[in-house]
Write a protein that binds this ligand. Sequence first.
Ligand SMILES: Cc1cc2nc3c(=O)[nH]c(=O)nc-3n(C[C@H](O)[C@H](O)[C@H](O)COP(=O)(O)OP(=O)(O)OC[C@H]3O[C@@H](n4cnc5c(N)ncnc54)[C@H](O)[C@@H]3O)c2cc1C
Length: 247
Amino acid sequence: MAQSFDVVVIGGGPGGYVAAIRAAQLGLKTACVDEWRGADGKPALGGACTNVGCIPSKALLQSSENFEQAGHHFAEHGVRVKGLELDLAQMLRRKDKVVKANNDGIVYLFKKNKIAFFHGRGSFAKAGADGCEIAVKGAQNETLAAKNVIVATGSNPRALPGTEFDEKLILSNTGALEIPEVPKRLGIIGAGVIGLEMGSVWRRLGSEVTILERQGAERRLRQTHCFNRPAAEYGRHQCRSRGTEAR
Ligand SMILES: Cc1cc2nc3c(=O)[nH]c(=O)nc-3n(C[C@H](O)[C@H](O)[C@H](O)COP(=O)(O)OP(=O)(O)OC[C@H]3O[C@@H](n4cnc5c(N)ncnc54)[C@H](O)[C@@H]3O)c2cc1C
């Protein structure tokens, strides 16, 4: 027989897990279904943000900033560093550890709020006046009866026609967060926040970065940097003065 819930949330990213926690806090019997798997093949709650987005990108931004500070700015403060070396494998390991801590943090919050977690792909099996049946396809197939369903399935990176992501030469955000060696040159298509973040990380670690933007770099940077012109000029200046070319 199907397990019954007041709310079933499909998707365990920031949209889904926060909704699940809030529903449970409001006294509703809640389940969350998510299909993400980490590099170890195990469930990894947190969606794109935790696994291949906000969290790992900020971990690498911090690490690369430290590297750049030590290499270029500490001396100005009277701090001399001799024999500075980049250990990229360790930097990537630390990033993975930060991600895992966040995955585990969400598992803890689910347990604390008594949210049932089902790992697998959720889909609508039936809908009626009293609610829906959600089929979960995973290691174990389950059917959940839900009075209410929240769909928080997020988004996927969009490849350009003819250039599918192989995560080696053509990278999405997933590949850009785990390049095993600092590339000599890196082209980034799109001067949105993600492009600029990834560009900053690899430029700080030694890549020559070129960002291509169809709207015109000036306009896009203006949108990215809080919609105002001085900020756009600042963004462009920052890119140039830090060795990133924006076109
Ligand atoms: C490099 C990078 C940096 C970013 N930095 C920031 C930042 O600093 N600040 C910020 O606010 N945003 C940032 N973002 C954007 C942020 O990651 C997204 O806005 C956020 O992840 C969207 O959350 P979501 O819950 O809607 O979807 P997602 O995080 O995509 O989660 C959706 C989840 O649903 C699961 N799913 C999908 N379909 C099904 C199904 N049928 N059954 C079961 N599970 C399913 C997916 O596996 C996934 O786990 C960044 C993104 C990237 C790529």
